[in-house]
Design a protein around this ligand. Structure first.
Ligand SMILES: [Ca+2]
Ligand SMILES: [Zn+2]
Length: 248
């Protein structure tokens, strides 16, 4: 393991002050099509929503990396799925696929204005000390209005699946190595991971983290944006530096 790539997150944050805008992650999005589910509501479309989600994750890191992300609608059995197709020598995903269910089992809201969160007027942020001081663990928007009410926010689902492409993936050998004890240590912040039948899962443990982290899951009637914890744990797995911890 290249521990030199995984020095303190705090150091990365300090360095980021000086190297911001020097480079960036680029997520190139490629539609593979598919039929929009008949029960989707809202005037938006998956292309604009995937691009908005890609810009949010790109803005989290200052590293130079080009990722090709394929996306579309399909009958996938979950609201969304993520598949790693190609990795670089550091285990970082450089080609991936995210698919969103069009069977009708999930009633999606397609935000026409995915860069703004006005449909969810109640924003809260959660902070928790997981071993190294208080960190932001959730950025969550609730009390949806209009079409958003009673639906799953597709932007949040896309952000979650791209979050897997950023590092929290069972296909990532660094994730496997770092998570073997059931948590990931981000400079002393001990990030608990969920488990399933096959062991540690690439999700944050919703039973141990305050409600609303993007990488712990998603419910209806809410929007989740990446928290500092979501951003930091993926940085730890992928050796990314953190360019900005201030999101909307
Ligand atoms: Ca909006
Ligand atoms: Zn997931």
């Amino acid at each position: 393991m290249d521990t030199g790539k995984r020095t303190s997150l705090i150091l990365f944050m300090l360095l980021a002050v000086f190297v911001a805008n020097a480079s960036a992650i680029t997520i190139n999005t490629h539609s593979i099509g598919g039929t929009v589910p008949a029960n989707a509501v809202g005037k938006g479309n998956i292309d604009d929503i995937v691009n908005a989600a890609a810009r949010i994750w790109e803005s989290a890191y200052s590293d130079t990396l080009n990722i090709n992300l394929y996306y579309g609608w399909a009958q996938v059995g979950h609201a969304g799925i993520h598949i790693t197709l190609e990795q670089d020598s550091l285990g970082r995903e450089i080609t991936g696929l995210v698919l969103f269910d069009n069977s009708g089992a999930t009633a999606f809201y397609l935000d026409e204005t995915p860069d703004s969160n006005e449909e969810y007027p109640r924003k809260t942020e959660e902070f928790q000390d997981l071993g190294a001081g208080s960190v932001n663990v959730a950025r969550i928007f609730r009390n949806p209005r209009g079409d958003a009410a009673g639906h799953i926010d597709l932007l949040s689902a896309v952000l979650h699946e791209i979050g897997h492409a950023m590092g929290l993936s069972s296909a990532n050998p660094f994730f496997q190595a770092l998570s073997s004890a059931g948590f990931i240590d981000v400079s002393g912040t001990i990030v608990p991971l969920a488990s399933n039948d096959s062991g540690t899962a690439p999700h944050l443990d919703a039973t141990k983290i305050l409600y609303g982290s993007l990488m712990s899951g998603l419910n209806g009637d809410e929007r989740r944006l990446p928290s500092d914890l979501d951003i930091g744990v993926n940085a730890q797995v992928s050796g990314f530096s953190v360019s900005s911890l201030n999101h909307r």
